[in-house]
Design a protein around this ligand. Structure first.
Ligand code: GTP
Ligand code: MG
Length: 207
């Protein structure tokens, strides 16, 4: 069986479901620990009074991220992939049976922290958001090209740490743009909140 073509078929079904309900679905991908959950926690606190927000969390083990999300005020469902290194369209389809996503909502899917495998698996999202943090090195786009080629937005997070690390924002953007000229960029610190308004504006624009 061709796993990827089966996944693409199911992803198209998910996409149709989201379109029918006018749900904006974003697939958040990154290496482990770049700050996806922190960004979502802050985003939920900021936007929950004006938007319906739902979250699907993917991790190999634990429900820690879903618990963090629920504490910030949005319903969340945790998928544990066990030995698996990515979410796939079928897992999303099954999660949607357990969590009713309301019409006109924003659905964030936080993928398993991994810059490799999740690139290959369309979940039916409208947009893919890749997060890199400045502690990871500015050469990551070159080394993991598929993730940057398949993403629409690149968040460069942890800018509060820039004074302490050798990370050239200019180089990271240059390498990523060579792979994907259409990639957009937002710099932020989810810790201090610096730059997060640009992200909220970007989200509004997608709706
Ligand atoms: N200094 C700094 N730390 C941050 C920032 N954003 C997140 N962190 C910290 O980075 C660590 C990892 O953050 P998470 O939000 O758990 O990262 P994640 O991408 O969800 O991690 P996984 O789900 O394990 O892949 C935590 O200790 C956060 O407090 C930031 O902007 N600046
Ligand atoms: Mg997380």
């Amino acid at each position: 069986m061709d796993i990827l073509s089966e996944n693409n078929r199911l992803a198209e079904r998910n996409r149709g479901y989201f379109e029918g309900k006018q749900v904006l679905t974003l697939n958040m991908v990154s290496s482990p620990g770049s700050g996806k959950t922190t960004i979502l926690e802050k985003t939920i606190r900021q936007l929950i009074s004006a938007h319906k927000i739902f979250v699907i969390e993917g991790d190999q083990q634990t429900t820690r991220d879903a618990e963090r999300i629920e504490k910030s005020g949005a319903p969340a469902i945790q998928i544990n992939t066990g030995s698996g290194c990515h979410l796939d369209a079928k897992m999303i389809h099954n999660a949607l049976k357990k969590m009713e996503v309301e019409n006109d909502a924003i659905l964030f899917i936080e993928n398993v922290g991994n810059l490799v495998c999740p690139a290959m698996f369309d979940l039916g999202e409208q947009k893919r958001v890749v997060v890199i943090s400045v502690t990871e090195g500015d050469d990551k786009p070159m080394k993991y090209p598929y993730m940057f080629q398949s993403s629409n937005l690149c968040i460069i997070n942890k800018t509060d740490l820039l004074p302490y690390v050798d990370f050239s924002v200019e180089s990271a953007i240059k390498y990523a743009r060579e792979l994907n000229p259409n990639l957009e960029f937002i710099l932020m610190s989810a810790k201090t909140g610096d730059g997060m308004q640009g992200w909220y504006d970007w989200l509004e624009k997608q709706r």
